[in-house]
Each structure stands twice: as C-alpha cells, then as structure tokens.
Design a binder for this molecule. Structure first.
Ligand SMILES: Nc1ncnc2c1ncn2[C@@H]1O[C@H](COP(=O)(O)OP(=O)(O)OP(=O)(O)O)[C@@H](O)[C@H]1O
Ligand SMILES: [Mg+2]
Length: 264
C-alpha cells in the first residue's frame, strides 16, 4: 500500500488549449480552501496583537513601551492588509455557479444606478441612465451582473474624481449608462468623460492585480469580465486618452449556452 496521498481525481489534465473549465473550477476550489485555512491563523494573530497592545497602553511614559506599541500597531496593519488581500481574492475566485433567473436588465441597472447616485453626486459626477425599452426579459444572474456593472461604474467615478470638478464646470464630468438590443444580445455601455486609457493599457487593465490606482486591488475588471464570460458574453474597453472611456458589456438574452452532457 502506498502512503502517498491519493491523486486528486477531480483534477483533469490540462490540454494544449489551456486548462479545462473543470480544471479551473478545481483550482479555484483548492485556492478558496487555502485562503480559508490562512484566514484562521491570521484572525488568531489579530486577537493576540490586540491583547498585546492592551499591555502597552497609550501614553506610556517610557520610550521602550511606546516603541513596542508602535511595532504592534505596524504588525496589526500588516495582518489587516493580508486579510484584505485574501478577501479580494475570494471575491474574484468565488464566482462559481451562476444563479440564472428571468430578469429585466433595465430594472437591474436602475437599481445599480440609484445605488451609486449619492457617490456620483459626492464626487461631482453627473450620472444618467438611458434604458432601451425594447429589451426583452433576459436570463441572467442578477447579483453578479450588478456586481460587474458596479465595478465598471466605480472605476469611472474613481478615474474622474481627481479631475477637480468645480461648481458649474463645463463640460461636466459625466457617467452614462445605456442599454441597447443588438440581435440576440443586450449591450450595456458604461461611458465616462474621464482621463481615458492609453491604447497600450486597454487589455492590461483586465489582468488580475493590475491597478493604476493607489489603494486599488486590480480585481474589479477581471471580475467583471469573468462575470460577462460566464454568462456567455464579453467585456471590452474602448477609450480615447483625454476624452474618456466606454466599457461595453454584452450579455446574450438567453444566458450561457447549455453545456453538453459530460463536456469540460
Ligand atoms: N473608466 C476608467 N478610466 C480610466 N482608467 C480606468 C477606468 N477603469 C479602469 N481603469 C484603470 O484600470 C485599472 C484596473 O481596474 P480594476 O477595476 O481592475 O482595479 P482597481 O479599480 O484598481 O481596483 P479594484 O477594482 O479591485 O478596487 C484601474 O486601476 C485604472 O487604472
Ligand atoms: Mg476597480
């Protein structure tokens, strides 16, 4: 009898065309499990650091206690950062099975735009929504489509915000969300009048962990693209530096094509 661990039966061999869908799902599950395993000791570290900090109260007179306290604080910050990295990863890797149901895409987007309106106002961005009333009821995962569009809208606001919007500025900073029926697909445009994106970057921005923003985790766009692709759709960026960007999300009206029995 071999004492080697059994080979993971669920792990199919990669093909020349790249890993299979099943293979990716398997890797995602393994990585997700690993993330959970790492989170437990991290939260123990967090609690222990808090207890340690209490032993060195603020305003301690001697320099040594003050220094120790600063070091505990620094460690706590790093532990928090690690927790955030894991959370972001789970957010990206966590998308698995779609929960498909009949839904009115315009109503879904009305909810997303209403949710983001206060944030736009705060950032000095004018938000408009132009729904195509000819869109039929579609088959989609409402929560995920909302997440994808929200990621695109947040990026637009974050890109425009530093453009120092003054009161009555002309032209105003604009964020436009629009739907259109294109054959068997719905097309969603998320358009901004922000700084735009250099041609060399319009594909790189979709890479996992690519971020051009301080504090960005670089998962918003790859997550949105994965959501589009899991629906059988796609996401592309059209941009003109100095003018703005248009992120186009296509979703088939009937959702992803059914997978043939036994297919990867
Ligand atoms: N509308 C936009 N205008 C200009 N640049 C953009 C726009 N959308 C995305 N980008 C660029 O693409 C980068 C990647 O975006 P992505 O959403 O993947 O990550 P992030 O916003 O940096 O972090 P996260 O979304 O994970 O918090 C952004 O950091 C930004 O540099
Ligand atoms: Mg983002």
């Amino acid at each position: 009898m071999s004492d080697r661990p059994p080979r993971a039966a669920a792990s199919p061999a990669p093909t020349a065309a790249g890993p299979t869908r099943q293979g990716l799902e398997f890797l995602g599950a393994v990585a997700g499990g690993l993330v959970h395993e790492i989170r437990n000791p991290l939260s123990t570290m967090n609690v222990t650091l808090q207890l340690l900090e209490e032993e060195f109260p603020e305003g301690a007179a001697d320099e040594r206690s003050a220094r120790t306290r600063r070091r505990i604080r620094a460690l706590t910050r790093e532990v928090k950062r690690l927790e955030e990295i894991l959370d972001d990863f789970l957010r990206y890797a966590g998308i698995r099975r779609l929960d498909l149901a009949r839904a009115d895409l315009n109503r879904v987007l009305e909810e997303v735009t209403a949710f983001l309106l206060p944030e736009c106002t705060r950032a000095g961005v004018e938000l408009s929504f132009y729904p195509d009333r000819d869109l039929p009821i579609m088959r989609l995962d409402e929560r995920l489509v909302k997440q994808a569009v929200l990621n695109l809208m947040l990026n637009a606001v974050q890109a425009m915000e530093p453009m120092a919007p003054e009161e009555g500025r002309r032209p105003p900073l604009q964020l436009i969300v629009r739907t259109r029926l294109e054959g068997e697909r719905a097309r969603i445009d998320v358009i901004d009048t922000g700084p735009g994106i250099a041609p060399a970057l319009t594909e790189r921005i979709f890479d996992v962990y690519y971020s051009g923003r301080k504090g960005g985790s670089g998962l918003g766009l790859p997550t949105a693209r994965r959501i589009a692709e899991e629906h059988g759709g796609s996401l592309r960026c059209y941009s003109e530096p100095g003018k703005g960007s248009d992120f186009v999300l296509w979703l088939p009206l009937e959702g992803p094509a059914p997978r043939p029995e036994g297919a990867p």
